[in-house]
Design a protein. Structure first.
Length: 159
């Protein structure tokens, strides 16, 4: 567990809490609603439980604020997955706190790079702005992704 000093905490999650399951399901529904067929790469519960994926959740008391996952692609490269803020907590710094945690975790694991895939249309604009603000830069497809007109790829090189 990681306390943020403002009453919030980030915990490594086992994906059993009903609120976490509901947020994963919301994340998947939104991905399918806002992406063309064949362009959804969000992980479902079984994907988030894979051995190479770790999910963290951000809480304030008993309230789930958001989630984010880190997938190991190889010993020096991780991928951000399943970043989602609970609807009642948007614009409260949840996504940035989770992103900062995931980047710190990637550094702690010795990753030299963190990459991500996201959409190019308006519903994904806040995510793209968040990543750009954290220093991520546009790049080409990675880890088996195929370039499409819809997907956008970003990476952050870690010193």
């Amino acid at each position: 567990m990681s306390a943020l000093g403002d009453g919030r905490r980030i915990v490594r999650d086992d994906l059993t809490h009903p609120d976490v399951v509901a947020l994963v399901e919301l994340h998947l529904r939104a991905a399918f609603e806002n992406s063309p067929p064949g362009a959804v790469f969000a992980l479902d519960l079984s994907g988030l439980r894979a051995a190479d994926v770790t999910l963290w959740t951000l809480w304030e008391g008993a309230a789930l604020l958001g989630m984010g996952a880190l997938k190991q692609l190889d010993p020096g490269h991780g991928e951000l997955k399943s970043m989602r803020t609970a609807p009642a907590h948007v614009r409260r710094g949840v996504a940035r706190a989770m992103l900062d945690h995931l980047i710190a975790e990637a550094r702690g694991r010795g990753y030299r790079r963190v990459s991500l895939e996201t959409g190019s249309n308006a519903p994904f604009a806040p995510a793209r702005a968040l990543y750009a603000g954290a220093g991520f830069v546009a790049c080409g497809p990675f880890a088996g992704y195929v370039d499409t007109a819809f997907s956008r790829y970003y990476r952050l090189d870690l010193p």
